[in-house]
Write a protein that binds this ligand. Structure first.
Ligand SMILES: Cc1cc2nc3c(=O)[nH]c(=O)nc-3n(C[C@H](O)[C@H](O)[C@H](O)COP(=O)(O)O)c2cc1C
Length: 196
């Protein structure tokens, strides 16, 4: 089972990435082939809305989006992790999502993109008692382009005030998210996409 983790944390020891690692450890320990992509390391150009992709089915930018596309399409499970920045996802992750317009066009306009159903998870942290819904909406839109069903989430608010003991508990609790993998069958994913 190929598992892909995409982390939008600013640095390896940031809380969202520690939670991400804890979640993905569940798969490394149970025979999963886990690949991690760090958004901070990607070379990504911003979509400038040229709409060339609507005519050509291709993007004019050659960068790490092609690497990401390959990794997503060869995975059964995709987990995204990101801190909340100004009520949303960090800008570089949003740049990645915007570049998915190419796949949206291939899927919805050109009819040339198909991808088998996958299972997606979202992990997020916020300094205060923040609203995670804006970030969740963006991640759901990102997932839907690739036919990734949103199967579970783990949100940790108030990290500004969290002590070590509370964070250690969160590192354990995030592992429970992996139970969602077994609970969602291929059949339920297909049904949910048929009703979109
Ligand atoms: C640029 C920036 C914007 C932020 N915006 C918010 C916000 O809108 N709401 C909130 O609750 N916390 C906000 N925070 C706090 C972070 O979400 C919080 O520190 C989080 O733990 C960072 O995650 P990380 O340790 O994985 O980097 C912001 C932090 C930064 C650096």
């Amino acid at each position: 089972m190929n598992v892909l983790g995409i982390s939008a944390a600013g640095a390896p020891n940031n809380r969202s990435e520690l939670l991400f690692n804890s979640f993905l450890d569940e798969f490394s320990e149970s025979s999963g082939d886990v690949k991690k992509i760090f958004v901070r390391d990607l070379k990504i150009s911003f979509c400038d809305g040229c709409r060339d992709c609507e005519k050509t089915g291709k993007c004019k930018f050659t960068d790490d989006m092609q690497v990401l596309e390959k990794a997503i399409s060869s995975s059964v499970i995709v987990a995204v992790s990101a801190p909340i920045y100004f009520t949303s996802v960090p800008a570089k992750l949003k740049a990645v999502v915007d570049r998915c317009q190419l796949y949206w066009v291939r899927k919805n306009i050109l009819g040339t993109f198909s991808s088998s159903p996958q299972k997606g998870f979202f992990i997020s942290v916020a300094g205060r008692n923040s609203d995670f819904s804006h970030a969740e909406t963006i991640i759901k839109a990102f997932f839907s382009v690739f036919n990734i069903k949103f199967c579970g989430k783990f949100y940790l608010p108030n990290t500004d005030k969290l002590n070590d003991e509370q964070f250690a508990k969160a590192l354990k609790d995030v592992k429970k998210l992996s139970h969602g993998v077994a609970e969602v069958t291929e059949e339920t994913i297909k049904k949910s996409f048929n009703s979109l």
